[in-house]
Design a binder for this molecule. Structure first.
Ligand code: CA
Length: 227
């Protein structure tokens, strides 16, 4: 597993480096945002550990550039000394997948690195199943509770991406890119398509699978099915 640490505090960077290397990971480290962004864009990492406060380019800016300019999907764990809701919101908005407040236990960081890398690096499968909803990426067949659902190509791409990334909050930019790539429609289109998707995937059924997480984005999950 390849991990990139972008952290300007040399003591923290060194302790993370040593800990992960001892676990058998291949680790690169950058002490500023510009070097970190360059490494992130030119190498394949399984996970990036990113400090929020960095010289040259700060953590949120770096993460935003990685996600929105380069459309990189590598998992990012943001580290910060600030335990405020605002900095967490900033981190998630910029596209971070996880968040850890300093001081943290290296054991916890390593556990989160492992979980994130496993989630992203699972082999692609053609048959997706969340709760009673199933979708076949190859045959384009979609059904819920055994009832066939027909979707136009845009709604199919939208649902496919949501089902490939279940149980996590996906921000609007990521979703827009997944569906429209570099030709995003006007700002209200995503909302309209999601509403249309819910009409056929959620509304006729007993419980909802698609959730709006206000201020963050959207999540597809069956975790609340029996709540
Ligand atoms: Ca720092």
């Amino acid at each position: 597993m390849n991990v990139l640490i972008i952290e300007d505090n040399q003591d923290i960077a060194a302790s993370i480096y040593d800990y992960l290397e001892a676990l058998g990971y291949t680790v690169d480290a950058a002490g500023d945002g510009a070097t970190g962004l360059h490494l992130a864009l030119t190498n394949n990492y399984d996970v990036i550990i990113l400090d929020l406060g960095l010289p040259a380019i700060d953590g949120t800016d770096l993460c935003r550039r990685l996600r929105h300019d380069a459309h990189h999907t590598v998992p990012v764990i943001m580290l910060t000394a600030r335990d405020s809701l605002e900095s967490k919101l900033e981190g998630f908005k910029s596209g971070a997948d996880d968040y850890l407040v300093k001081p943290f236990a290296l054991k916890e960081l390593a556990a989160r690195v492992k979980v994130l890398s496993e989630r992203i690096n699972r082999a692609p499968v053609s048959q997706l199943q969340i709760g009673d909803l199933s979708l076949n990426v190859e045959t384009h067949e979609v059904s819920r509770s055994g009832k066939s659902i027909s979707l136009n190509p845009t709604l199919f791409r939208l649902l496919t991406f949501l089902m490939q990334n279940p149980h996590r909050v996906i921000n609007r930019e990521e979703l827009v890119y997944a569906v429209w790539k570099n030709n995003p429609p006007d700002s209200d289109a995503l909302r309209t398509h999601l509403s249309n998707l819910r009409q056929v995937v959620d509304k006729p059924f007993e419980y909802s699978l698609i959730y709006t997480i206000r201020g963050f984005g959207y999540k597809l999950t069956d975790k609340y099915a029996n709540d």
